[in-house]
Design a protein around this ligand. Structure first.
Ligand code: ATR
Length: 278
């Protein structure tokens, strides 16, 4: 058995690229590790984590639908995972399972490839959606003190909860769809965190592009399809766009570093994802 056992826990797992992405890097960096898919329905999560403890797993990633529930089955939480209220990476540290969240920082790193920290600080940001991904992204953005973050969500109450959770560290507010649409010309960065644009909603757009500033960036967390309808429309309108592949790669790279102490080759990881999905 490889010395370092890692993997992804979720259900259903489908065609995740995480095993290939991590296993290729183990090979290149000489880590005696193996990243495996662990498909676990909700009722098997507790037993599954117990089994991974007994196998001496060095850690694991967590995806839908366990990012919140897993917090009950591990021993400690990193402060940022606690604040986000979700865990996507678990690391075994001195026989304790410690929960981290690399989604938000992974997103931020992908954003920094197309916008400077200074531009982020001066930005009015619109976040569409208020689920788990939005929580991680809003937390990471909040730490960079942007000019403003506006959250708009189908269920307004969830947007309010997210705002309340972060308003001590950021200039954050909620808006109704109509209100946010009427201010479309004010946003520098628009971020879709909802599943609108993913199968089966591939022909739908999460947000209108009317009156959006010519210098604005439209950023979608989705990377399959590679270019959502919304990003295609934005690109054709001459706007800058960013898909979610960089977030996926960076969240994985940050987890890899927690587990192995080594920096993986992010360009090679990005190329692997592009080869499969672009
Ligand atoms: P994730 O972990 O990917 O963020 P989630 O926590 O289930 O997933 O959150 C999904 C987000 O997408 C929510 O903001 C959800 O809106 P609601 O809070 O109203 O449920 C949003 N969403 C999903 N499908 C949507 C749709 N068809 N129209 C509008 N919003 C949608």
């Amino acid at each position: 058995m490889p010395k370092t056992l890692l993997g992804l826990i979720g259900h259903p797992l489908g065609h995740s690229l995480s095993p290939q992405m991590h296993n290729e890097q183990f090979g290149k960096l000489g880590v005696d590790g193996y990243y495996h898919l662990f498909d676990m329905p909700e009722e098997e999560l507790q037993k599954g984590i117990q089994a991974l403890r007994q196998l001496g797993a060095a850690g694991f990633n967590i995806t839908i639908p366990h990012k919140v529930n897993v917090m009950d089955d591990i021993d400690k939480l990193d402060p940022s995972a606690k604040r986000i209220g979700a865990v996507n990476t678990v690391v075994r540290e001195n026989d304790e399972l410690v929960g981290y969240n690399t989604d938000g920082e992974g997103y931020l790193e992908s954003l920094l490839a197309v916008r400077s920290l200074e531009q982020i600080k001066n930005a009015n940001i619109l976040v569409i959606g208020a689920g788990g991904a939005a929580r991680a992204v809003c937390y990471a953005l909040s730490l960079r003190s942007p000019e403003s973050i506006t959250i708009v969500n189908r269920t307004q109450e969830k947007a309010e909860q997210l705002k309340n959770h972060l308003e001590d560290i950021a200039a954050i507010k909620t808006a109704s769809k109509e209100e946010a649409e009427s201010r479309n010309g004010e946003y520098d960065i628009l971020i879709n965190t909802t599943s609108i644009g993913m199968s089966p909603e591939v022909n739908n757009s999460p947000w209108i592009l009317e009156n959006v500033k010519a210098s604005a960036l439209c950023s979608d967390l989705i990377y399959n399809p590679w270019e959502t309808r919304w990003l295609k429309d934005a690109r054709e309108a001459g706007l800058d766009t960013l898909n979610g592949s960089g977030m996926f790669v960076n969240q994985g790279a940050l987890a890899f570093k927690y587990w192995t102490g080594k920096e993986p080759d992010r360009k090679a990881m990005q190329a692997l994802v592009e080869d499969h999905l672009k």
